[in-house]
Design a protein around this ligand. Structure first.
Ligand SMILES: NC(=O)c1ccc[n+]([C@@H]2O[C@H](COP(=O)([O-])OP(=O)(O)OC[C@H]3O[C@@H](n4cnc5c(N)ncnc54)[C@H](OP(=O)(O)O)[C@@H]3O)[C@@H](O)[C@H]2O)c1
Length: 260
């Protein structure tokens, strides 16, 4: 198994991507400490991991509260002896309002939430990893980091900031044995985020689910969107020692729709 006995903490583990990555890490033998700011969905994922033969504990942690992150990580390292992987899958809902009509608070929300949460969880992880000169810090971004997409408010700047932070963290931490890497997936139709986007458009235009997916997939090479399983498989690989040559970068999982 690629992650046998690796101690992994996930933030936003009750979300669609966090949950899929947790299940995949669990199948590959990781010891999981799953967190979210609402406990019930995180507990549900932990139960699934354990039912499938894996190891997972759930905890309520607000990934914007540095004290809560620190306290939780201390309990993890007290129990497990180390931290090998930190994975931030925290997300916010899209606004679907034109930028010229959007108030500053709603524009800023994804920027402050995504960037602050990634910064806080990454640096708290790094403080535990540096003394052992080993560890992987990971997050998820979206195509919005690299291409203009309408009606998403501050979501694009937030994704671009996280990719810059991945590079900058890596530039400071790689020499101390820490790999910092990201994943940039296409829209994934199984997720509530994509479903919500569809429902909004369907209401306004009468578009069908198939038409919506075709529209989103139109720019990809295979003319299809990616799956949660494809993303989770790449997350496993990137978290594993097989990816030791992947440093300070965000993996382009845009199915060909974005050139490098
Ligand atoms: N879905 C896609 O197709 C897709 C594609 C590309 C990139 N992404 C990116 O992947 C990430 C995850 O997306 P997703 O689809 O899994 O979204 P999601 O299902 O909404 O999951 C996000 C999770 O973050 C949690 N969260 C929000 N604020 C938090 C906080 N302060 N502390 C702890 N947890 C918090 C949410 O909890 P609550 O729900 O309880 O608030 C939720 O469980 C996002 O950054 C998104 O931009 C998604």
């Amino acid at each position: 198994m690629l992650l046998q006995d690796k101690v992994a903490v996930l933030y936003g583990a009750g979300g669609d991507i966090g949950g899929a990555v947790a299940r995949a890490f669990g199948r590959e033998g990781a010891r999981l400490y799953l967190t979210g700011h609402h406990l019930a969905p995180v507990e549900a994922v932990a139960k699934e991991v354990v039912a499938a033969g894996g190891s997972a504990e759930a905890a309520e942690v607000d990934a914007l509260d540095e004290q809560a992150i620190d306290t939780h990580l201390q309990s993890v390292t007290d129990q497990a002896g180390r931290l090998d992987i930190s994975f931030n899958a925290v997300g916010t809902k899209l606004v679907y309002v034109p930028l010229v009509e959007l108030d500053l608070e709603r524009f800023s929300l994804p920027i402050t939430t995504h960037t602050r949460s990634y910064f806080l969880t990454a640096r708290q992880a790094a403080r535990r990893m540096v003394p052992r000169r080993s560890g992987v810090i990971m997050t998820v971004t979206a195509l919005h980091s690299r291409t203009g997409i309408p009606l998403v408010g501050g979501f694009g700047p937030a994704q671009a900031a996280k990719e810059a932070l991945t590079r900058d963290l890596s530039a400071e931490l790689a020499a101390q044995g820490i790999r910092v890497v990201g994943l940039r997936p296409q829209g994934i139709p199984e997720t509530r985020a994509i479903r919500n986007g569809f429902e909004r458009l369907a209401k306004a235009t009468g578009m069908t689910w198939d038409q919506f997916q075709q529209q989103l997939a139109g720019g990809t090479h295979p003319r299809r969107l990616s799956t949660l399983e494809e993303l989770a498989n790449m997350a496993v690989f990137m978290a594993s020692e097989r990816a030791s040559g992947m440093i300070g970068t965000t993996v382009n999982l845009s199915m060909g729709s974005l050139d490098d």
